[in-house]
Ligand binder design. Structure first.
Ligand code: NAP
Length: 239
């Protein structure tokens, strides 16, 4: 059977690395997107030692030339892309106070968390359309849920970090919009839960294995699976 091909952005560590490992174990050819090529290569080497078909590609989601070069490499090497996981993400500020929020930090967050996936998905469209059943997984967050953050009784109500929340809400709209714009595709947003990684100084209670599971599930949806939705392990997250 023809090997399926996946690109994971920000795959040199954290949830992206674990999702790459789990998909690789399922038989995918994995492209490890990493803005620092040497760290991506180190991850690919580690996965290869585990029997996984993995290669690193330099990919900074904020750089159009880097994204286009990564797609050219994948086209040359694999000729198609079955799954794109838009995983790379950052948190640049932690304040929830409007008066101390720095616009430059909000812009930086939007560049990586929203314009990044937009740039990568747009550049990947032609390769995704060469797949028989393309899937796009946008790694979002419950903190991007308008309904959840506007509920004063929600456990997340105190996490109104401006840049991060807005970037993930915008990413969720990208999910809806691109689901109708790429031939045969299923595009979904997911939240991995609160996972211990560098993004939160390893404070989350969940493991990367637990966080990556919903990515893998949405990356391997069958034809009757959902599209243009927002999910975690428990099912649908309200927009
Ligand atoms: N951990 C959680 O509790 C949690 C909860 C909800 C959603 N998420 C989402 O899960 C995703 C993965 O985060 P994580 O928890 O695994 O954090 P992480 O360990 O900090 O990993 C983030 C990854 O994104 C990469 N990245 C950042 N900016 C990039 C850029 N411009 N171009 C390419 N790659 C870039 C990082 O690369 P470097 O190593 O070069 O920095 C790293 O590989 C993020 O989208 C995050 O918002 C996480």
């Amino acid at each position: 059977m023809e090997k399926k091909v996946v690109l994971v952005t920000g795959a040199n560590k954290g949830i992206g690395k674990e999702a790459s490992k789990q998909l690789g174990k399922m038989g995918f050819k994995v492209f490890i997107g990493s803005r620092d090529l040497s760290r991506g290569q180190a991850t690919a080497k580690e996965l290869k030692a585990d029997g996984i078909d993995a290669d690193a590609v330099q990919l900074d989601v904020t750089s159009q030339s880097s994204v286009d070069a990564a797609m050219a490499t994948i086209e040359k090497s694999a000729g198609k892309l079955d799954v794109l996981v838009n995983n790379a993400g950052i948190v640049t500020e932690r304040t929830t106070a409007l008066d101390t929020t720095e616009i430059a930090k909000v812009e930086e967050t939007m560049q990586t968390n929203f314009f990044g996936p937009l740039r990568v998905t747009k550049s990947a469209q032609a390769l995704l359309e060469k797949s028989k059943a393309p899937r796009v997984v946008n790694v979002s967050s419950t903190l991007g849920s308008l309904s959840t953050l506007s509920d004063p009784g929600s456990e997340f109500a105190n996490f109104r970090i401006l840049g991060y929340t807005c970037s993930k809400a915008a990413l969720n709209m990208l999910t809806v919009v691109t689901a109708g714009a790429i031939k045969n595709v299923k595009v979904n947003s997911i939240c991995p839960g609160y996972v211990a990684t560098d993004i939160n100084n390893n404070s989350g209670p969940r493991s990367v294995e637990q966080g990556a599971a919903i990515i893998v599930k949405m990356a391997t949806l069958e034809e009757d699976g959902p599209t243009a939705g927002f999910f975690n392990d428990d099912g649908i997250i309200p927009w």
